[in-house]
Design a protein around this ligand. Structure first.
Ligand code: AMP
Ligand code: MN
Ligand code: MN
Ligand code: MN
Length: 288
C-alpha cells in the first residue's frame, strides 16, 4: 500500500454511535464510493462502533485504522483529541471513555432546564429521540431537535443562539484530562492527534501551551486538513506540524449528508512535505 502524504485518507467522521446520522456500515460504503483509500470512524468518546466499522471496511476491501475523538478540558476550554490505530479492546481505553461519557445525561438535563427558561419545553425528551447511543446525548442532538421543532432554521443557528457559552442551553462539562486522553490512546498502541486546532480560538501562547503539553504527554500528531479549517489554515497548520515535528492528519469530520459541508474524502490532500500520521502507524492498518 502506498502511504504517501497525498493518499486520500479520511481519518475523522461520526456515526450514529455518537452524533452522526449514518451507521458505521453506511459510512464505510460512502467512504469507499467516494474513493477514500484509508478510513477511520472517530466517534466522540466512544469506540462501540469500531468492530462494525472494521468489519464493514474489510468486506469492502477498504483499509481501516481504529479511531475515536476524545473530549478534553484544557485551560477552561474543550479540546478534542483524535486517537488512531489503537487496540479497541484495551480495557484502560474502554474504561476511560466510559468515565468521560458519564455525566452527559445530567448535563443534558441541565441544558433542557436552561432552554425551558426561555420557553423551549421538552428539550431533553426531544433530543433523546435523535440519540442513537443513550450514553452519548450531545449538543448536536439538541440542535437537530430544535431545528425540527421549528425554533431555528439550521444547526449552526441553534449553536449560535442557544448552545454556546453564555447562551441559555449551554452547560459546561468536565471532560477528560489531556494527559489521560493521550495516555489511554498511546498505551493502547495508538497515536494521539490534536483535532482541528484552528477551531479553538486560542491565542498563539495558549496554542503553544496546548501543543507542548500534548507532546510532553506523548502526543504525536495534529490535524492539518480538516473540514473545520480554511484553506489558509491548511497552510498554517502544515507549518505548525513541521515546526513541532508532528505527524499530519487529514479528515472531513463528516456527520451527516444533510448537515456536513464537506463529504468523506472530498478535501484537498496533505502537502507532500508533511509526514502523514498513517506512515507512522502503517502496521496498525487493517488491510481487509
Ligand atoms: P458536545 O460533545 O455535546 O459538547 O457537542 C459537540 C458537538 O457539537 C461537536 O462534536 C460538533 O458535532 C457539534 N458542534 C459544535 N459546535 C458547532 C457549531 N457551531 N455548529 C454546528 N455544530 C457544532
Ligand atoms: Mn460532533
Ligand atoms: Mn471535534
Ligand atoms: Mn469530530
Amino acid at each position: 500500500m502506498n502511504l504517501a502524504a497525498t493518499l486520500n485518507a479520511d481519518l475523522h467522521c461520526h456515526s450514529v454511535v455518537s452524533d452522526g446520522t449514518l451507521t458505521p456500515e453506511a459510512l464505510a460504503a460512502r467512504a469507499k464510493a467516494a474513493g477514500v483509500a484509508l478510513w477511520s470512524l472517530t466517534d466522540h468518546d466512544e469506540i462501540a462502533g469500531q468492530q462494525r466499522a472494521l468489519d464493514a471496511a474489510r468486506a469492502l476491501g477498504l483499509p481501516y485504522l481504529t479511531g475515536t475523538e476524545i473530549s478534553v478540558s484544557f485551560a477552561g476550554r474543550v479540546v478534542h483529541i483524535v486517537g488512531l490505530g489503537f487496540d479497541h479492546q484495551a480495557p484502560e481505553l474502554i474504561e476511560g471513555l466510559r468515565a468521560t461519557r458519564g455525566g452527559r445525561e445530567a448535563r443534558a438535563r441541565e441544558m433542557a432546564a436552561g432552554l425551558a427558561q426561555v420557553g423551549i419545553a421538552g428539550a431533553f425528551e426531544g433530543a433523546l429521540r435523535y440519540v442513537g447511543n443513550p450514553e452519548l446525548i450531545s449538543r448536536t442532538h439538541f440542535a437537530r431537535f430544535l431545528v425540527d421543532a421549528g425554533h431555528c432554521s439550521d444547526v449552526p443557528e441553534v449553536f449560535r443562539r442557544f448552545l454556546t457559552e453564555g447562551k441559555p442551553g449551554f452547560v459546561p462539562h468536565r471532560w477528560a484530562a489531556l494527559k489521560d486522553a493521550v495516555g489511554w490512546i498511546t498505551r493502547a498502541g495508538g497515536v494521539a492527534v490534536i483535532a482541528h486546532p484552528g477551531r479553538y480560538g486560542f491565542t498563539p501562547t495558549e496554542e503553544y501551551a496546548l501543543i507542548t503539553e500534548f507532546i510532553a504527554h506523548g502526543g504525536r500528531g495534529i490535524e492539518v486538513v480538516t473540514g473545520s479549517h480554511t484553506a489558509a489554515e491548511f497552510e498554517q497548520y502544515a507549518d505548525t506540524a513541521l515546526e513541532f515535528d508532528l505527524l499530519a492528519s487529514r479528515g472531513s469530520d463528516f456527520h451527516s449528508p444533510e448537515e456536513s459541508r464537506v463529504d468523506l474524502g472530498a478535501l484537498p490532500p496533505l502537502a507532500g512535505r508533511l509526514t502523514p500520521v498513517w506512515a507512522a502507524v502503517a502496521e496498525r492498518i487493517h488491510r481487509g
